[in-house]
Design a protein around this ligand. Structure first.
Ligand code: PGA
Ligand code: ZN
Length: 413
């Protein structure tokens, strides 16, 4: 039974305000903080009301607390319903999706702690056995870096040949270091700057960045003797000029229409043997997504982030059109744990690989590591470096340790 709720303003990794929620039950405690995006999808729920974080606390703080006290924290679906009713808007713009998601997840955490279970076990039951592979962010461009960085937002790698999460995490850090060295060779004036998600933010063209990414994967794969594959998030909604109907690659001084964009991405996938490509087209182009997915087949994961925004109904439309074969799962895009889970279920039953993901503005909250394990996601996207990124990665190391040695689960709860 929920006995107390505390909502406070804290800072995210960009120094912007966000919310953290503590929920105390008779025998448990859950704490969760919400992240924020920079290249957000248009149809995501609103993070906060227009008036901001302070307004949530002063206007709604007492009301939220009084509505929640006395409820059973393990009745997640009911709690989510109450929160959505209290908000009363379609896009959660009154309380804010971040407020609601932090409460929704904190309630689940409090319930898991009352049951003496880690969150991944409480949500996933005894079925969970897999630790997701980490998609590590190596080079940042687009909305996550400065003007001369590549137009492509994220150059990622996945250590698909690693045997365990610790080896996987350190493989990613090795690739990150190697990429830093290769950038310095290419650009003597590089001062080591990084973007919002901890990847390097270099003055490089898209193709130079792709070459360096491939070289570093090869070098570290040879050194560690297992395969590391490159991946991308193009996040091209920010490049799309709706009037001219072209993608504007400012860094290259090139414009591509939809057909050219599809050819460009297809060629990159084939040349560099990409493992995963997120948002190859802008978020409204279901037909373009479907054409690329048809051409690529299962050779590469074609993943939708801004296009699906973790929304079950939008994913349904995507499935109908054959738009992708993978989906990014960001709980604060949809606002509640139960809605997040509905989207994961729909994805899995249609062979769409769910990939739980961080946001560019993060906190040291580690909840998404538990969600990825609970949902049996084969991949998690949570950066490679930076305290707010390694918080999730190090939690995966702890979870793997618990799974190999179940008695640890009791010690660590
Ligand atoms: P965001 O970007 O968190 O800034 O929205 C991350 C992504 O596009 O995957
Ligand atoms: Zn994305």
């Amino acid at each position: 039974v929920i006995e107390d709720v505390n909502i406070r303003k804290i800072s995210d990794s960009r120094g912007n305000p966000t919310l953290e929620v503590d929920i105390l039950t008779t025998t448990g405690h859950g704490r969760v903080a919400a992240p924020s995006g920079a290249s957000t999808g248009e149809l995501e729920v609103a993070s906060f009301p227009e008036e901001g974080v302070d307004h949530v606390i002063t206007e709604f703080g007492n009301k939220i607390v009084s509505e929640l006290i006395g409820l059973d924290a393990s009745e997640g679906i009911y709690i989510d319903q109450i929160l959505k009713e209290m908000d009363g808007t379609e896009n959660l713009s009154s309380l804010g999706g971040n407020t609601i998601v932090a409460i929704s997840l904190a309630a689940a955490k409090a319930a898991s702690s009352s049951h003496g279970l880690p969150l991944y076990r409480f949500l996933g039951g005894n079925m969970v056995e897999e630790i997701p592979y980490p998609l590590g962010n190596m080079i940042n461009g687009g909305a996550h870096a400065g003007k001369n960085a590549p137009d492509i937002q994220e150059f990622l790698v996945v250590p698909v040949g690693a045997d365990n999460i610790t080896d996987a995490i350190f493989a990613n850090s090795k690739v990150h270091k190697r990429i830093g060295e290769l950038i310095k060779v290419k650009d003597k004036s590089f001062t080591g700057g990084k973007g919002d998600e901890g990847g390097w933010a270099p003055n490089l063209s898209n193709y130079d960045a792709l070459e360096i990414q491939a070289q570093a994967c090869e070098d570290v794969s040879n050194e560690l003797d297992f395969i590391i594959r490159p991946s991308l998030d193009l996040a091209p909604s920010g490049l799309w000029d709706n009037g001219k109907e072209v993608y504007v690659y400012g860094r290259e001084g090139v414009e591509r229409n939809t057909g050219e964009q599809i050819d460009f991405v297809k060629e990159i996938i084939e040349t560099y043997k990409m493992f995963f490509v997120e948002d190859p087209l802008h978020e409204k182009d279901f037909a373009g997504f479907a054409e690329l997915t048809r051409k690529i087949g299962r050779k590469c994961l074609i993943c939708g982030d801004d296009i699906f925004v973790t929304n079950r109904n939008i994913l349904e439309e995507g499935i109908r059109m054959g738009a992708a074969n993978s989906i990014i799962i960001k709980p604060n895009q949809i606002g509640t744990l139960s809605d997040t889970y509905e989207t994961v279920k729909l994805a899995k039953s249609n062979n769409y690989v769910p990939v739980v993901s961080h946001r560019s503005g993060e906190t040291t909250d580690e909840t998404i590591a538990h969600l990825a394990v609970a949902f049996s996601c084969p991949l998690i996207k949570t950066g490679a470096l930076g305290g707010e990124r390694i918080a999730k990665l190090n939690e995966l190391i702890r979870i793997e340790e618990q799974m190999l040695c179940p008695s640890m689960a009791r010690l660590n709860k």
